[in-house]
Design a protein around this ligand. Structure first.
Ligand code: FE2
Length: 398
């Protein structure tokens, strides 16, 4: 029997190569004075930016623009909101990677809340967001975070007392997710690898989540099949539009899945490590994916032989295998082998390369939660996962 579920998704999704042109028919539904939130200034040189400007001038839209150059911090959002308050902005359109979309999402909310954003962040704030916001359109130029379909914006303050926390409310799901895979064609190779591994991790963790539903699992599997077809292709040839389209599809699905099912231990690590160290989120996911899943699988096999996640691990192995008629255990092991192979093929750096040492393990593990991971890993297991991705030969590790 299908268990009860609910699914929160963007009310409108437009997907497909060339679909950026649809913006012309959409903007008028929301407003006439948009704020354009962009990533790097290089986007200004693209045909996509020219198209957006042509649409604005055709519609007679007066627009403002801000650029987001890094992962957003609460201070960045507060400064932008302070500058724009009272300017009559009635629509926020973010075009960029996950950081840009998250920034647009946070700005659209804070232009209404009119208080410091840190006060609304999960885990560090003292207020619950009302959910009121200015309409928000998300247009991704990478295939990673799935922010175009999520109800949260991740903000970080990196440092000794650093944090990486979410501004979250069901209403923060974008009013429109406009996904045009052509916008991802120019995504640089390293960023493509990191984003692809974030997307893949989100799909796998959402699928395995103890909070998943039949529908979210179906969406996750659909995304995982797209990733299986095309992850290696986009990482070696970023100009392959069908492969880019698969990854854009996978990322969109990963956003829907994570918003509704939650995530697992890898993302538990990522939010903590990302607060202490300036490491790209997708790299943390990509480097921890294989050891975290290997230990989760081992834990389930030893402690809960009838756990439903074991059948899911076998399904994942089947997706990544051309071998028919093997046992569930064979497919489970095959999936872990696939993750390990992928990490090697994609040159996933270990954490030492970003300055993480064995001396940091205790503070990372102390703050890491397993979220909806099918196995609640112990501190010893979490330590083992980190140790496998920190070089003990590094001179810093005394
Ligand atoms: Fe992620």
């Amino acid at each position: 029997m299908i268990s009860a579920f609910s699914l929160n998704t963007p009310p409108h999704i437009i997907f497909g190569p060339g679909k950026l042109t649809e913006l012309e028919h959409i903007i008028g539904r929301f407003g006439s004075h948009p704020l354009l939130v962009l990533g790097s200034h290089s986007f200004l040189q693209t045909e996509h930016y020219q198209l957006v400007q042509r649409i604005f001038s055709k519609l007679g839209c007066k627009n403002e623009t801000v650029h987001i150059g890094s992962e957003p911090s609460p201070a960045m959002i507060d400064a932008i909101v302070a500058k724009l308050t009272g300017r009559g902005i009635d629509l926020v359109i973010a075009i960029g990677g996950g950081s840009t979309l998250d920034s647009g999402k946070a700005i659209s909310a804070m232009l209404v809340e009119k208080k410091e954003v840190v006060r609304f962040l999960e885990g560090v704030g003292d207020r619950t967001p009302s959910g009121r916001k200015i309409p928000f359109i998300a247009i991704p130029t990478t295939s990673g975070t799935g922010s175009e379909a999520t109800s949260n914006a991740v903000l970080s303050s990196v440092g000794r007392e650093g944090f990486k926390c979410s501004l979250r409310h069901d209403n923060y799901i974008p009013n429109l997710a406009l996904v045009d895979p052509r916008l991802t064609l120019s995504c640089p190779p390293k960023l493509t690898v990191a984003c692809s591994m974030d997307c893949f991790t989100q799909l796998v963790e959402g699928y395995l989540s103890t909070n998943s539903s039949s529908l979210s699992e179906a969406l996750a599997l659909e995304g995982i099949r797209a990733v299986r077809r095309s992850l290696r292709v986009v990482c070696s040839d970023g100009t392959d539009l069908p492969a880019r389209t698969d990854l854009s599809y996978g990322a969109l699905l990963s956003g829907i899945v994570l918003s509704n099912s939650g995530l697992g231990t890898v993302h538990g690590f990522a939010s903590v490590i990302g607060g202490f160290f300036a490491i790209p989120h997708g790299i943390i996911c990509g480097t921890l994916m294989a050891p975290a899943n290997a230990l989760t699988l081992k834990n389930l096999q030893m402690k809960s032989a009838d756990h439903p996640a074991l059948a899911k691990y076998a399904n994942l192995g089947r997706i990544f295998s051309d071998q028919p008629r093997k046992t569930d255990a064979w497919y489970q092991d095959h999936f872990i082998y696939e993750l390990q192979s992928l990490a090697i093929e994609l040159n996933m750096p270990n954490l030492s390369e970003f300055g993480v040492t064995t001396g940091d393990i205790e503070k990372i593990v102390a703050k890491t939660g397993n979220k909806y991971n099918p196995a609640q890993l112990s501190k010893v297991e979490l330590t083992d996962i980190l140790l496998s991705r920190i070089s003990t030969h590094c001179p810093d590790n005394k």
